[in-house]
Design a binder for this molecule. Structure first.
Ligand code: NDP
Length: 254
């Protein structure tokens, strides 16, 4: 049996970028995957087709994740469409990946922008885990996608950075809270990864050179670099790791 055979995973923000990579990897390891999307249904359906083409099982689930209402809608869809696919009534793995960035400096950040960042990057993961607890299996896994900016000073995107700091704090305390249920909770901290969020500046020769220069390994991250770390944490091999902030920046700014 594959190492996640019989497991059911929900990956938020799996229509694109890092979430897509995580969904593909967990499905390749045998999990049935809920491929959550916000607005890009076609992209999520494409991820489902790609998973099915490699012999896996997945379903696309849409919900806007900036309100508790949206979180509840997501969990209703999990119960009505994902869990019936599996023959189980519980989730084993929750990956809080959906997130938004900013291009505003500290001085430019408005109340509205900070509220938007907090809503998607902090409020949604908080309530998703809270509301999912009744359907989370004993021995389950939660992985929160944080950021290397919680280790490396990067003040020109201050508002985004503090949302990821909140996710690290959430991870630590949640790990303590859920330990008695055998649930591990960890954060993965990517560095710069080649996804849409960075496309405008990264996909230029200057952007590539700048971003590659940050990493000790001399290149920009790919979604699969992050997905492989997540795959370890959610596997049986990751059972003794909890409450940790796992740096996956390719050794950026060591
Ligand atoms: P992308 O912009 O490529 O993808 C974002 C994903 O999140 C999409 O699937 C999108 O869904 C979903 N999403 C965004 N806003 C909402 C919302 N309001 N409601 C529901 N879904 C939403 O991002 P990345 O793959 O680059 O980033 C993924 C995670 O990794 C984020 O948490 C990000 O902060 C973090 N990260 C990224 C880094 C990078 O360099 N790329 C570095 C460090 C951390 P849809 O398109 O369907 O609307």
């Amino acid at each position: 049996m594959k190492r996640l055979g019989g497991k059911t995973a929900l990956v938020t923000g799996a229509s694109r970028g890092i979430g897509r990579g995580i969904a593909m990897r967990l499905a390749a390891d045998g999990a049935t995957v809920g491929v959550h999307y916000g607005s890009n249904r076609d992209a999520a359906n494409e991820v489902v087709r790609a998973i099915e083409a490699q012999g896996g099982r997945a379903i696309a689930i849409g919900a806007q994740l900036d309100t508790v209402h949206g979180v509840n809608a997501l969990l209703e869809a999990v119960q009505s469409s994902l869990l019936p696919l599996t023959g189980n009534d519980k989730l084993d793995i929750v990956i809080n990946n959906a997130g938004v960035g900013t291009s505003s400096s500290f001085e430019e950040t408005t109340e509205q922008e900070l509220d938007r960042l907090l809503a998607v990057n902090v409020k949604a993961p908080f309530f998703l885990v809270q509301q999912a607890l009744p359907i989370l299996n004993e021995g389950g896994r939660i992985v929160n996608i944080s950021s290397g900016v919680t280790r490396i000073a990067y003040p020109h995107i201050m508002a985004y950075n503090l949302t990821k700091g909140a996710i690290n704090t959430f991870t630590l305390h949640l790990a303590q809270l859920l330990g008695p249920r055998g649930v591990t909770v960890n954060a993965v901290l990517p560095g710069i990864v080649d996804t849409d969020v960075n496309a405008a500046w990264l996909r230029t020769p200057e952007g590539q050179a700048h971003a590659s220069g940050m990493s000790a390994l001399g290149r920009v991250g790919e979604p699969s670099d992050i997905a492989d770390v997540v795959a370890f944490l959610v596997s049986a091999d990751g059972r003794w790791v909890t409450g940790q902030m796992v740096d996956a920046t390719g050794g950026s700014h060591l």
